[in-house]
Design a protein around this ligand. Structure first.
Ligand code: SF4
Ligand code: SF4
Length: 405
C-alpha cells in the first residue's frame, strides 16, 4: 500500500503564529527529522524583493522566527536563512532580508541570514532532468543536514500559483535568474526546469506561510488576503495541490505540478494525502485568479502552444505616473525586450519590443513601484494570426470568384 503524504492544516488564531507553527509540526511528527544534536539547517523563505511584511510579498518574519524557535529545541549547530532575490543588481537580497524583517528576526534568534550569492558556489547535477541538466547554486544546499522550504501562498502571473515548487527557483543565483528565463522562454519548458530545480534540494520539510497571502495580480502586485493558515508537510507537490484546493484553483492548470509528479517528486492525487487538522472545506477561500494564465483548453499541444503564444500574447504597459525610471525592468528583462526611454525624464516610460518579449512577466513581478502591467488584446492578436489571416484571404478569394463569374 502507498504511504499517504501527511499534511497538517492549522489555523492561526489571533495572530498567534508560533502556536500555529508548533501545532502543525506536532501533527505531522516533524521531530523525527531532528535525528541528532548539532545539525546544520537551511531555511528557504520567499524573498522575492524588498517589501515590508504587510505587503505580503515575502515570507512573514514571524513564521521564520517560529520555525527557528521550534528548531532550537533540538540544539542545531547552525541555522541558515537564505534566498536569492529577483534582479541583477548587487545587494538586492540583502535589502530584501532587511526590509522584510527577516534579518532582524535572525539576529534576535541567533540564525545566520545569508544571501545564496554570498555563500560558496556549487554545481548541482539534476537527477533525471526534464530540461535542466545542471545549475550553479549555493553550497549550503549540499552542506545542510535538513532543508526546510518556507514558501508563501501567492498567485503568479506566469505560473498561476507560487508556493512550494516555485519557491525553490530562488536557489538559482540572482544573476542567473534572467538567463534561466531566457533559456526556457516557453512555459512548457520553464515549468519543467522548475521541477528540475526543485528536485535538487527536494526539501525534507515544508511549512507554508498562509498567513498573509496575495491573490489576483501576484506575486508582488496582488491584493492581500489574510488567510490565517499554516500548512505543513513533507511532499511539496501534495502541499501545492492542497493549496490549490483551499484557494479554489484547479491543480491541473499549474503545469509545474504535472512536471514534478512526472519526476516522482510527489503526488497530486488527493486520495494519496492524509489531511490532519482543519478540513479543506472549512478553510476554503476562493482567490482571485491572476489575469493571465496558461490556457488549459483540450487542444493538441502544437495548437495549444500556438494559441497561447499568439492569441494570448500580452502587451506590456508602463504607467508613466508610477514609473520612477529606476532601470529594474530593462536591467532584468531576460528577452532584452525593454530599453530605457531616449531621455531619462519624469513622465517618460521604458520602450518595449513585442517581438523580443516572451511574456515571462519578470518586469511586472520585479518593478518596485508597481508601474508595469499588461493587457491582452485577443481580437487584435487573432486578426493578425496566420490562421485568421488565411481564412480572411480564402473568404476574399471566394467572394472575388463569385463576383467575377
Ligand atoms: S517601469 Fe518600474 S522597473 Fe521599469 S523603470 Fe519604471 S519604475 Fe523601474
Ligand atoms: S518585457 Fe517583461 S514579460 Fe517580456 S520578456 Fe521582458 S521581462 Fe519578460
Amino acid at each position: 500500500m502507498v504511504e499517504k503524504a501527511k499534511i497538517a492544516i492549522q489555523r492561526i488564531n489571533n495572530d498567534d503564529v508560533k502556536t500555529a507553527v508548533f501545532t502543525a509540526l506536532k501533527m505531522i511528527n516533524a521531530d523525527h527529522l531532528m535525528t541528532k544534536e548539532g545539525m546544520v539547517i537551511l531555511l528557504k523563505p520567499n524573498l522575492l524583493m524588498a517589501k515590508p511584511p504587510e505587503r505580503a510579498v515575502t515570507t512573514h518574519p514571524e513564521i521564520v522566527r517560529s520555525v527557528i524557535q521550534w528548531l532550537k529545541q533540538y540544539n542545531p549547530s547552525k541555522i541558515y536563512v537564505s534566498d536569492s532575490s529577483g534582479g541583477q543588481k548587487p545587494g538586492k537580497t540583502e535589502n530584501a532580508m532587511k526590509v522584510s524583517g527577516i534579518l532582524a528576526v535572525c539576529e534576535e534568534e541567533g540564525a545566520e541570514c545569508i544571501p545564496f550569492e554570498k555563500s560558496e558556489r556549487e554545481i548541482y547535477k539534476v537527477p533525471n532532468p526534464l530540461e535542466m541538466k545542471e545549475f550553479v547554486s549555493s553550497n549550503l544546499i549540499k552542506e545542510a543536514d535538513l532543508v526546510i522550504n518556507l514558501p508563501k501562498i501567492k498567485t503568479h502571473n506566469q505560473c498561476v500559483l507560487t508556493c512550494c515548487i516555485k519557491n525553490m527557483f530562488g536557489t538559482i543565483l540572482r544573476s542567473n535568474k534572467a538567463k534561466t528565463h531566457a533559456q526556457f522562454p516557453r512555459l512548457e519548458r520553464f515549468t519543467s526546469a522548475l521541477a528540475d530545480i526543485y528536485s535538487v534540494s527536494n526539501p525534507q520539510l515544508t511549512i507554508i506561510d498562509g498567513y498573509l497571502c496575495q491573490e489576483g495580480q501576484g506575486p508582488s502586485g496582488g491584493d492581500i488576503v489574510k488567510l490565517d493558515l499554516i500548512i505543513a508537510g513533507y511532499d511539496g507537490v501534495a502541499l501545492d495541490t492542497t493549496v490549490c484546493k483551499i484557494i479554489g484553483f484547479d491543480p491541473k492548470e499549474i503545469i509545474y505540478l504535472e512536471k514534478a509528479e512526472q519526476k516522482r517528486l510527489g503526488t497530486t492525487n488527493l486520495n494519496n494525502i492524509e489531511f490532519l487538522g482543519e478540513k479543506i472545506e472549512d478553510v476554503y477561500k476562493k482567490f482571485k485568479h491572476p489575469r493571465i494564465a496558461p490556457i488549459s483548453m483540450p487542444l493538441p499541444k502544437w495548437l495549444g502552444n500556438y494559441v497561447g503564444n499568439k492569441i494570448f500574447k500580452a502587451t506590456v504597459k508602463f504607467d508613466s505616473k508610477k514609473c520612477k525610471l529606476c532601470s529594474t525592468c530593462w536591467d532584468n528583462c531576460p528577452g532584452n525586450a525593454i530599453s530605457p526611454p531616449s531621455e531619462l525624464r519624469k513622465g517618460n516610460i521604458p520602450k518595449w519590443n513585442k517581438k523580443s518579449c516572451f511574456t515571462c512577466y519578470c518586469c511586472v513581478e520585479l518593478c518596485p513601484h508597481e508601474a508595469v502591467n499588461f493587457k491582452i488584446n485577443y481580437v487584435k492578436n487573432a486578426l493578425f494570426s496566420w490562421p485568421c489571416a488565411s481564412i480572411i484571404l480564402i473568404l476574399a478569394l471566394i467572394i472575388w470568384f463569385f463576383m467575377i463569374f
